[in-house]
Design a protein around this ligand. Sequence first.
Ligand code: UDP
Ligand code: MG
Length: 225
Amino acid sequence: MTANLATQTCNPSLSVVIPVYNEEDGLQALFDRLYPALDAMASKRNIAYEVVFVNDGSKDRSAGILAKQVELRSDVTRAVLFHSNFGQHMAIMAGFEYSRGEYIITLDADLQNPPEEIDALVNELLKGHDYVGTIRANRRDSFFRKFASRAMNHLREKITRITMTDQGCMLRGYSRRIVDLVRQCDESNTFIPALAYTFASNPTEISVKHEERFAGESKYSLYQL
Ligand code: UDP
Ligand code: MG
């Protein structure tokens, strides 16, 4: 079952899509940084935004916390609630379905991608780049997680023949056109940044800060990766 808790009417320019799986301990800290960063960005650049949270079948209180946040910031917040766990990329796909912005940014819920960096991505999108990749400056993950990523990047490059400097970082910006093309692919088991990159005509990459997970642990084992 999917419940869409939509409330606003006007069309925003920027949609921020955030997949959430068992993040109850970190969501408030995310809200505390995300909304001020977006509000500052919106008034500085005079563009409207929306946040689309996708609860990916969390077994903890994440769904309730998100529903509450939709009430608190109903002017800019929507949530899609999955009944069960479909995985991060399917959650982002659902977020794409509900997003209405001309520009779309994806962000992890665990504060590993600083929300304050969103403005830098918006800057590149406004310049006309249709795909904004990010490179994590001094990546803050465990040795195992980094090792697993290196192996996965290698495998992914072999399969997709696509080379990106840092494929794992989910803080990324896309134009509406790219998101619509990704949606049309109707892939159920896809790695969105790589798929989106194949459609980019004017891509760019910027360096962003990377932080340790605010709370909880990585949801990925080597098998899942
Ligand atoms: N996530 C999700 N569904 C899943 C696993 C993860 O929506 O099945 C979300 C998670 O809540 C986070 C993002 O995807 O917002 C990245 O997950 P995580 O931080 O565990 O991955 P890592 O940083 O280790 O790549
Ligand atoms: Mg993470």
